[in-house]
Design a protein around this ligand. Structure first.
Ligand SMILES: Nc1ncnc2c1ncn2[C@@H]1O[C@H](COP(=O)(O)OP(=O)(O)OP(=O)(O)O)[C@@H](O)[C@H]1O
Length: 516
């Protein structure tokens, strides 16, 4: 009697949920199994992988159950399981995860962000705060599924030669530890937020079950957004859980140097022995492999050897695998074969939380209004945020004044004036019009075809993000439009950006162009 319940539920969810969210998470699911459970209806949903399962459970299951219950006129219980394919590619069902439990083992510290992040409104954003930890940070009951190789005692211990962070969270003198890991870059010091939620969740999965799922894990995003921090956090957590694990962090350039050195000395066996024996390889900025054929070949070999023995590989890059240039396709397609996740620029609330947490770590707690002022004005990335914080703290120290907005404005006046000088709404309109090949006049016109309306919305979004102008001021500069039109554009493009990789890339390009 409830045979079409799932179809009806999907129709309802499609109408009620933001389109991107529905299309990403609900629409691709295979039809549910609906059965009679006595006093309730049982709805079995098969999800392609564990990551999606956890995400759907934490973000959408309550909503799905409520919608289906309403349609069925009786309680509905949702049962999620991972759909696996057997060797012939036929669907085969893995054991269902019990409802309400997360099948991953988060580091004990991961749930304890010191500064609460006010989660932005909306379905996909509900989970990140210290009082409401991200789903991945939930304590779990998973059995240890690690490959036997992780138990083998061996240590790759080398001195770090990348800038590292000491005990505070602002970068300073090197603090190298095992495997070139920086001990200060942990899940504890990484502020969670919407911008890094998926990447952080996936990283926590790797810590919970290395060598199992999402291998390789490919993390991409713009500069200074926390990619390096996140992969160090995975390495540190893994070593803490398993001191014998052979973990190595290195920047892609270090791998290149290694290949060159071994090439000159003809010691490729040593190179192989070093990399192929690892349990976890963390490799940063793989876009640096571009055009380096021999390096790519060696990396390919290491990659294949590590995956074959179920060691884990995590990579970072400034772009998604298919966006990498001058890297052999057989590599980029492998990069994409596990899980690819983006880290976005942090939203305002997250920037505030990062500032406050880092200020506390530096021993100078910062009033929220000051953090807000800085976060409003420093938007590009966390590294710039740290720079601004450092300036404000130093200024307060040397001038023997309390930290206030006035002091922050004074300390950051160069930075603020450069920003105000460089980015104007007119500049944004021109740059966006050039980029999408429309006329600048279309920015003010009343024309509505999507080929014009969309770039216009993108320009409005950038105007709000990158200038100090208010919504009514921006509306005025876009041909006397109402502030609600601007608000709609800002929300729409901001929301789409989270899910639409292509749009996100375009916005990155525009932002970089505008910042000169
Ligand atoms: N969510 C966060 N919470 C706390 N600190 C963060 C966060 N994100 C980034 N940081 C800090 O910002 C700085 C820059 O981060 P990181 O070096 O990891 O960026 P990245 O994405 O690897 O950049 P790049 O591509 O330039 O190497 C680091 O000091 C890092 O600790």
């Amino acid at each position: 009697m409830h045979t079409d319940l799932w179809e009806r539920g999907c129709e309802r969810l499609a109408a009620e949920m933001p389109e991107q969210q529905f299309n990403t998470w609900i629409k691709p699911l295979p039809p549910a199994d609906v059965s009679d459970g006595g006093d309730r209806v049982l709805v079995g949903l098969r999800v392609p992988n564990r990551f999606k399962l956890d995400w759907i459970r934490s973000q959408y299951s309550a909503r799905i159950e409520a919608t289906l219950s309403e349609l069925a006129g009786m309680p509905v219980r949702l049962e999620l399981s991972v759909l696996q394919r057997d060797m012939n590619g036929r669907p085969a069902i893995q054991a269902a995860a019990p409802a309400g439990s997360m099948q991953l083992r988060a580091p004990a510290s991961a749930a304890s962000a010191a500064v609460p992040v006010r989660a932005p409104q909306g379905d996909a954003s509900a989970a990140t705060s210290s009082t409401n930890p991200a789903p991945a940070a939930a304590p779990s009951t998973v059995t240890d599924l690690r490959p036997a190789s992780l138990a083998a005692p061996a240590v790759i211990a080398q001195r770090g030669d990348r800038p590292a962070t000491p005990t505070g969270t602002l970068p300073g003198a090197p603090a190298a530890t095992r495997g070139r890991l920086n001990a200060a870059l942990t899940f504890d010091t990484l502020v969670p937020g919407r911008a890094n939620q998926m990447a952080r969740t996936a990283a926590l999965h790797v810590v919970g079950a290395p060598g199992q799922m999402y291998n390789p894990l490919f993390i991409y995003g713009g500069v200074g957004l926390g990619k390096t921090h996140l992969i160090h956090a995975v390495g540190n957590a893994l070593i803490r859980d398993n001191p014998d694990a052979r973990v190595l962090y290195l920047h892609a350039e270090q791998f290149i140097s290694d290949v060159v050195r071994n090439y000159q000395r003809k010691t490729f066996d040593e190179l192989k022995a070093k990399y192929h024996s690892l349990d976890l390889l963390l490799i940063d900025d793989v876009q640096f492999f571009a055009g380096k054929d021999r390096t790519q070949e060696e990396f390919f070999n290491a990659f294949e050897a590590l995956l074959a023995k179920r060691a884990h590989i995590i990579m970072t890059s400034d772009t998604y695998p298919k966006g990498l240039v001058d890297i052999d396709e057989r590599l980029t397609s492998r990069f994409d074969a596990g899980l690819t996740v983006a880290i976005e620029p942090p939203e305002l609330e997250m920037r505030v939380a990062i500032l406050m947490k880092k200020a506390v770590a530096e021993g100078s707690p910062m009033p929220e209004d000051v953090a807000f002022f800085i976060a409003k004005n420093v938007r590009a990335n966390v590294r710039e945020l740290e720079g601004a914080l450092r300036k404000v703290l130093a200024y307060a120290k040397f001038s023997h004044k309390d930290i206030s907005i006035t002091l922050a404005r004074e300390a950051l006046k160069d930075l603020l004036s450069i920003q105000n000088r460089q980015i104007s709404v007119e500049n944004i309109q021109k740059t966006v019009a050039d980029f999408y090949k429309i006329k600048v006049a279309d920015m003010y016109s009343k024309k509505r075809p999507v080929s014009i309306a969309r770039p216009r919305q993108i320009a409005m979004y950038l105007a709000k993000e990158m200038t100090q102008k208010s919504l009514p001021e921006i509306g005025e500069l876009f041909g006397g439009r109402d502030h609600t039109t601007v608000l709609h554009a800002v929300r729409k493009i901001g929301g789409e950006r989270q899910k639409n990789t292509e749009l996100n890339q375009q916005l990155h390009v525009l932002e970089q162009t505008l910042k000169g």
